[in-house]
Design a protein around this ligand. Structure first.
Ligand code: TXA
Ligand code: MG
Length: 318
């Protein structure tokens, strides 16, 4: 059985697997990651293969406070400030690759930058520390599919392609990290996620959003038809047809539909809605429903990331 409970024995085994070039799926506070030793080119290549991920799409390396980042990336003052406030947490920095960096070249895709994050989860921290090197990890799902928020989701998406899945229960944030490019004169959000734009602006002053989010694939996770459920999604719906499942938000005072309903957050809490988003999409993405109608979600706070993922999930498939 690939899914394992977290204990001393399985943690030791997982760290040994990483050191031997294996693939271990592990929980973070955002979503489950598919991890390999970031300094081992063959191990990193097997991440791309297991996910069916295009080789131009770069990976995030995961570190802890014990990791000396200087050999890996060009660290700067902004990154230091942000790390002090938001790490460990759901914020990823894109930084320049340090000269002679031992991080495997394919981690960077076709570019010369490396994305770094310190995840706020005890199992992720323990695994990185025991492995003794940064762990490269995309979300632990087949490329283009919904990110996994439970160990079972990982199993359903990747099965035996993973050497071990460490089961840390459902993830708390439920959406991926915010990806912030710090190589440009103005810090630039490449992907909305667990740390809101508002909180970055409060600390940094100016923050811009990349047009790549809607256009060129600077952060290829932002290609339009990413996060695709099987069923078509209808956004900003105020009612649902009887053959649709209805993903609602807030009190359902005016909802008159007979459709099956599942509520992202009855008390209109965006953190709760984010935590529920992928798992609730999974629940309704199946027969007998013919589509998924989604109520409007505010654009503030984590709502920006939620709306971003929903827009991608609803985008036309090619
Ligand atoms: O919360 C998360 O970020 C999760 C957990 C496991 O840490 N990881 C995750 O990884 O979502 P992934 O590979 O599914 O998404 C990473 C995103 C992609 O959109 C990728 O294109 C972008 O970050 N990215 C990674 N490295 C980059 C780089 N050097 N420059 C620009 N974008 C980068
Ligand atoms: Mg992903």
């Amino acid at each position: 059985m690939t899914i394992q409970p977290v204990n001393e024995k399985t943690l030791a085994k997982a760290a040994a697997l990483i050191q031997d070039g294996g693939l271990v799926a592990f929980p973070t506070e955002t979503v489950y990651g598919l991890g390999a030793d970031a300094t081992n080119e063959a191990a990193v290549a097997s991440i791309f293969e297991a996910k069916g991920r295009p080789s131009f799409n770069p990976l995030i390396i995961h570190v802890t406070r014990n990791t000396d980042l200087l050999p890996y990336v060009e660290w700067n003052d902004r990154a230091r400030l942000l790390a002090k406030i938001f790490w460990p947490g759901p914020l990823t920095f894109v930084l320049r690759r340090a000269v002679g960096s031992p991080i495997a070249p394919s981690v960077s895709g076709k570019g010369d930058t490396i994305a770094v994050r310190n995840p706020n989860h005890p199992v992720a921290q323990e695994l990185i520390n025991r492995a003794g090197s940064p762990i490269a990890a995309p979300s632990a799902n087949a490329s283009g599919k919904l990110s996994p928020t439970t160990a079972e989701h990982v199993w359903d998406s990747l099965g035996n392609k993973v050497d071990m899945i460490l089961d840390g229960g459902p993830t708390l944030v439920g959406l991926e990290s915010t990806v912030l490019d710090l190589t440009l004169p103005t810090p630039t959000i490449l992907r909305h996620g667990g740390i809101t734009k508002e909180s970055l602006v409060a600390l940094l002053g100016e923050v811009q959003e990349s047009h790549a989010i809607t256009e060129a694939p600077q952060s290829p996770g932002m290609l339009s038809s990413h996060y695709a459920p099987r069923l078509p999604l209808r956004l900003n719906a105020l009612s649902a047809r009887d053959d649709e499942a209805f993903l609602t938000f807030g009190p359902e005072l005016f909802v008159q539909s007979g459709a099956y309903r599942i509520n992202l957050s009855p008390r209109s809490n965006l953190d709760e809605a984010a935590a529920n988003l992928f798992s609730m999409l999974c629940i309704v993405d199946r027969e007998p429903y013919k589509g998924i109608a989604v109520m409007p979600i505010p654009l503030t706070g984590l709502g920006a990331a939620i709306n971003d993922r929903l827009a991608r999930a609803a985008a036309p498939r090619d």
